[in-house]
Design a protein around this ligand. Structure first.
Ligand code: SAH
Ligand code: SF4
Ligand code: F3S
Length: 460
């Protein structure tokens, strides 16, 4: 019997990947995806715990689902509610205490067990706390979940995610990820190449290799020993030629080794764009964050990357108002940004997270100052992003078309530098990389025209 599954994803790309895998895991039980909660039999909220706002969001969403569940049950039906992801891992049974109508709490390393958890929830009576079954699975199993996940079988998007590494051993003082995702783990090379091959056979043309610390990758090699990410990228480029584009995220400056930098020089499929979080430009702050790199280390890495691949564009993450951050520290961050020049970046006000060392630092920066610094930093980053986009106008760039655009007859695709671009183009070009003349920049995407006009009905 088919049942309907609705998955809402919060947070990072790893959660996007996990959400798709959860749907795969539940497909043999007859669950098919639906976009709306109203006809769902099972709703999964795949949560993020990185900042306070993210952690709290799930409870407001759960509040909205409570009357829906009550209504279903009043009518003799049912609605299973599952909370997955990093908040589930961090809070465990506390989720059920705060939201007693939740049936299942499942962490990022336990979701391959969803069929069993769903069956248990369906058999169970309401929990002691309320109208939910309170099935909690937040263990870190000895066997990695990847060994239990079914392989994708359905038509894939043009651009897909592939988790190659998970977890983090770095323990930056502000960050919950080492606690929610667990210790660092790398999938064996053979499994990654096989999955990439399958994704390509199912239509994918671009793969983004994912990991919380993706460049710490050290997977078991086919003939013994271990390979780093640079070597893995070379293997994927050689063995899965249908993947015209390879990307990876998120990297840590500490793990930006020579082999990976050389891959940027030698592997044309590896796109000239790198998201490399630096967090701060002040060494004092970086040391207190336990980042184990200095601002100069970051500058040197960028120099080497640019020497290897002159057109590489950079993205980063910044935290403002880390405990003890002074005006001079913040000025050092602004100076670093001016010096490097970023194509885009993400920036956040420091958010104290329970259980992390920074949360109990005495010198918390007042919110008004954090807000002020964030505004100044985002202003600067916005200018750099606008300048970067403007510099592409007039150039001819290869665009991989991914989907239909907003207007009829239009497609949307990405440049090598991860910019969205819209152009009038026939639908058969979805999945193809085509030269496009960039004509204008807009707030969220570039606009262009095909360098060589294509007729709508020509054979592909
Ligand atoms: N290496 C990770 C980083 C995850 S968190 C990855 O795979 O993406 C993404 C970003 O969130 C971090 O780089 C950092 O800039 C920000 N962040 C993490 N903890 C934070 C906190 N407590 N307050 C504000 N921002 C935070
Ligand atoms: Fe968090 Fe630092 Fe690990 Fe990134 S490297 S996930 S910021 S602890
Ligand atoms: Fe959020 Fe967990 Fe990703 S905390 S950013 S969903 S690793």
């Amino acid at each position: 019997m088919t049942k309907k599954l609705h998955v809402k994803t919060y947070g990072c790309q790893m959660n996007v990947y996990d959400s798709a895998r959860m749907a795969d895991v539940l497909a043999p039980l007859g669950y098919r995806l639906t976009d709306s909660v109203d006809d769902a039999d099972l709703v999964i909220l795949n949560t993020c715990h990185i900042r306070e706002k993210a952690g709290e969001k799930v409870y407001s969403d759960l509040g909205r689902l409570r009357p829906l569940k009550a209504m279903r049950r009043a009518g003799g039906g049912d609605l299973l509610l599952a909370v997955a992801g990093c908040t589930a891992q961090a809070e465990g049974a506390e989720v059920v205490r705060r939201a007693p109508h939740v049936d299942i709490v499942v962490g990022p390393q336990a979701y391959h067990r969803l069929p069993e958890l769903v069956a248990r929830a369906l058999r169970a009576a309401d929990g002691a706390a309320g109208p939910g079954r309170g099935v909690v699975a937040t263990d870190f199993p000895a066997e990695p979940k990847f060994d239990f996940l079914p392989q994708p079988t359905e038509r894939q998007a043009v651009s897909v995610f592939l988790a190659v590494q998970e977890g983090c051993d770095k323990f930056c003082t502000f960050c919950v990820v080492p606690y929610t995702r667990g210790a660092e783990y790398s999938r064996p090379v053979r499994d990654v190449v096989a999955e990439a091959g399958r994704l390509a056979a199912l239509g994918a043309r671009e793969v983004t290799l994912l990991g919380q610390n993706v460049n710490a990758y050290h997977g078991a090699a086919p003939e013994g020993g271990e390979w780093g990410l640079g070597r893995l990228v070379r293997a994927l480029a050689a063995e899965v030629p249908a993947l015209g584009r390879i990307r990876y995220t998120t990297s840590h400056p500490r793990d930006m080794d020579e082999a990976l930098i050389a891959a940027h020089r030698d592997v044309p499929q590896l796109m000239p764009f790198l998201h490399l979080p630096v967090q701060s430009g002040a060494d004092r702050v970086l040391a207190r964050m336990n980042r184990r790199h200095t601002a100069d280390d970051f500058r040197r890495i960028v120099d080497r990357l640019r020497a290897a691949r002159p057109d590489i564009a950079l993205s980063s993450d910044f935290i403002v108002g880390y405990p003890g951050e002074t005006d001079a520290d913040f000025a050092a961050t602004m100076a670093l940004i001016v010096e490097i020049g970023f194509a885009q970046a993400f920036s956040f006000k420091y958010s104290p997270r329970p259980g992390t060392p920074a949360a109990v630092e005495p010198e918390q920066v007042p919110d008004a100052i954090r807000t002020e610094r964030l505004a100044a930093l985002q202003d600067l980053l916005r200018q750099q992003q606008d300048a970067f986009n403007a510099a592409t106008v007039g150039r001819t760039v290869p665009v991989l078309f991914e989907k239909r655009g907003r207007h009829p007859g239009q497609l949307a695709g990405r440049t090598p530098w991860l910019q969205w671009l819209h152009a009038s183009a026939p639908e058969r070009l979805i999945g193809s990389t085509v030269d496009v003349v960039v004509e204008a920049t807009g707030p969220n995407s570039l606009a262009g025209r095909l360098a060589i006009a294509q007729s709508a009905d020509a054979a592909a």
